[in-house]
Design a protein around this ligand. Structure first.
Ligand code: HEM
Length: 221
């Protein structure tokens, strides 16, 4: 993809990802945050954390299925927006839900499984966000960086579990997110199995060729 459309796409993603926050600010300013504003703001920020996270996770499966790769340049931006919304979501919980009552928050983390996994997901997002720069990729080395960034799948699972655990009976949204995540993970697993099978068959062919040379006597000379 050439430079112009790439920049336009990034501006579109910035706009799309900042719109929910702009809406919240506008609704806050016009006193239109529903009868339970803290709950509404917490839930809206949680929804957008999960959406940005799953969107960033969907880019590689999309490449694997279609062969198209232009969307890969959006992975970092979407991942950072997921982190940004997770921090806002967490901050609202600390400041507005618990009024900085640390012992009460600690008790909540220990007592409620959905809070425990939410905090774990945010804790795992932290090293990914702090190593997202080109400089950090270089410092860690490509292989180690890729290994670390595989944590994003665990974060996706924790994020979906968090939603499944807190949702009331009859709410279907968390199941939709869970199905989407399962599909994305299945595509990655299929790709991994396919590459492994290819590697195995290539090494078998190489071993057979090695055997042929040996039979010819070159290996022993
Ligand atoms: C990657 C991390 C996280 C993700 C993806 C996430 C996602 C979500 C989602 C999707 C919802 C439900 C929104 C809805 O009902 O429409 C939610 C609600 C909520 N989350 Fe999170 N969350 C994360 C981290 C956290 C953390 C760290 C905390 C606090 C310690 C937290 C506390 C809450 C609370 C209190 C609710 C509302 C529960 C209720 O109203 O019953 N979340 N979150």
């Amino acid at each position: 993809m050439s430079r112009g459309p790439r920049i336009a796409l990034k501006i579109g993603v910035w706009g799309g990802c900042l719109t929910p926050l702009a809406c919240l600010v506008y609704w806050g300013a016009t006193d239109d945050l529903t009868a339970n504003p803290i709950d509404f703001v917490t839930r809206t920020l949680g929804d957008w954390t999960l959406r940005c996270l799953l969107a960033s996770l969907a880019l590689t499966p999309l490449r694997l299925l279609t062969g198209v790769a232009w969307q890969m340049s959006l992975r970092r931006l979407l991942g950072l927006f997921a982190f940004f919304y997770a921090c806002l979501h967490f901050s609202v919980w600390i400041a507005l839900d618990h009024f900085f009552d640390w012992p009460e928050m600690l008790a909540d983390v220990l007592k409620r499984p959905y809070i425990t996994v939410g905090v774990a997901a945010l804790g795992l997002l932290l090293p990914l966000a702090s190593t997202s720069t080109a400089g950090m990729v270089k410092r860690l080395g490509g292989a180690a960086w890729r290994r670390l960034h595989r944590l994003v799948y665990a974060i996706g699972v924790l994020g979906v579990l968090h939603y499944l655990w807190l949702a009331k009976v009859g709410v279907v949204d968390p199941y939709v997110y869970a199905a989407l995540l399962a599909l994305l993970l299945a595509i990655r697993l299929w790709d991994w199995a396919r590459r492994r099978a290819r590697r195995l068959s290539a090494s078998r062919v190489a071993a057979r060729r090695g055997g042929y040379h040996d039979v010819a006597g070159f290996g022993r000379l």
